[in-house]
Write a protein that binds this ligand. Structure first.
Ligand SMILES: [Zn+2]
Length: 274
C-alpha cells in the first residue's frame, strides 16, 4: 500500500537530494497535499495528479515513481507531480476510521469498519465531483455524505479541491493528467473541449494501448472537467485492467505502472511544440 507515511519519507528523501518539493495546502484533517517539481521552472508546465480517490491507491505509487524518475532525467517542460490529493482517504484505507478524529461518524456513513471501497475525503465528499463544472449534474451524483459520489455542500466546499484549484490557477499549466483506476481508458472531452485536444488524448491512448473515450459520459464536477472549462487541455487516465477489483494497489497494476512511467516525457515533447 502507498501510505501517507511512505509519501512523507519519499518527499523528504527527494528534498534531501535537492529536488524541489512543497505542499499546495492541507487536507481536512491537516495532512499535507505534497508536490514534487521536476524539469525547468520557466516556460510551460504540466500538472500530474494521483490519489484523489482513496481506494485508487496504485495511482499514488505511479505518480511518485514518475516524480523520482524525472528528478534525474531531462524534461523539455516543467512537471508538478501531486501523488496523493486525498491523504485522509488514504489513512482511512490504511488504518480505518480510528486513524481520523471523526471516527464514529465516518463508520456510520460507511456502514461499518471496512473502508477498502471508500473513495471520498474525511467529510465523505467525493472530491472528483466537487469542482465547479456542471456541479451536481453528473450521473451517479449523491446529495448526502457517502463513501463515493457525494458532491459536497457547494462547489469547492473541500480544502483539497480548493487547494488544487488555487494551485492550478497559479501555475496556469499547459496540460493536466489525472490518474484514476480502473479500466485502461483515456477521457478527454467535456463541455467546451477543443477538438484539437483529442489528438493528444489519442496519442496517449495509443502509446499506452488503452481505450480512447470520446464524449464525457455524463461526467460533472471532476478536476479534468473543470480544467477544460478553464481552457486547459486535460485528460483522465484510468489505470489497471477491468478484470481487477477495487482497491487496486501498486502490486496489482505493476504492468500499468511500467507502461505509464515514461509517459510524462512523451507528453512533454508534444506540449513543448504546441
Ligand atoms: Zn477515481
Amino acid at each position: 500500500m502507498y501510505t501517507y507515511s511512505r509519501l512523507e519519507k519519499d518527499i523528504s528523501s527527494l528534498r534531501g537530494a535537492g529536488v524541489s518539493t512543497g505542499s499546495i495546502g492541507k487536507s481536512l484533517c491537516g495532512s499535507d497535499l505534497f508536490f514534487v517539481h521536476d524539469g525547468p521552472c520557466e516556460g510551460k508546465q504540466v500538472i500530474v495528479t494521483g490519489g484523489l480517490h482513496a481506494r485508487e491507491n496504485g495511482s499514488c505509487a505511479l505518480v511518485m515513481r514518475q516524480a523520482f524518475r524525472f528528478a534525474e532525467a531531462e524534461l523539455p517542460v516543467g512537471f508538478y507531480f501531486l501523488p496523493m490529493l486525498n491523504p485522509d482517504g488514504a489513512i482511512l484505507l490504511e488504518k480505518g476510521a480510528e486513524g481520523l478524529p471523526n471516527a464514529e461518524w465516518l463508520k456510520k456513513v460507511n456502514g461499518g469498519d471496512d473502508f477498502s471501497l471508500w473513495k471520498a475525503n474525511a467529510r465523505a465528499v467525493d472530491l472528483n465531483v466537487n469542482f465547479p463544472a456542471r456541479w451536481g449534474m453528473g450521473k451517479g451524483n449523491k446529495f448526502k455524505p457517502a463513501p463515493h459520489g457525494y458532491i459536497g455542500a457547494f462547489p469547492l466546499s473541500e480544502p483539497e479541491t480548493r487547494s488544487l484549484c488555487a494551485f492550478t490557477q497559479k501555475v496556469e499549466p499547459a496540460f493536466t493528467v489525472s490518474y484514476h483506476e480502473l479500466g485502461r481508458e483515456v477521457y478527454w472531452e467535456f463541455d467546451g473541449s477543443d477538438r484539437r485536444d483529442r489528438s493528444i488524448a489519442a496519442f496517449i491512448a495509443s502509446y499506452l494501448s488503452y481505450t480512447l473515450v470520446d464524449g464525457d459520459l455524463g461526467s460533472a464536477g471532476g478536476y479534468k472537467d473543470w480544467c477544460v472549462t478553464r481552457g486547459i487541455p486535460a485528460v483522465t487516465i484510468e489505470l489497471g485492467s477491468d478484470a481487477l477489483t477495487h482497491p487496486a494497489f501498486e502490486e496489482d497494476i505493476e504492468e500499468d505502472i511500467r507502461l505509464n512511467l515514461d509517459l510524462p516525457l512523451e507528453i512533454a515533447k508534444i506540449i513543448k511544440n504546441r
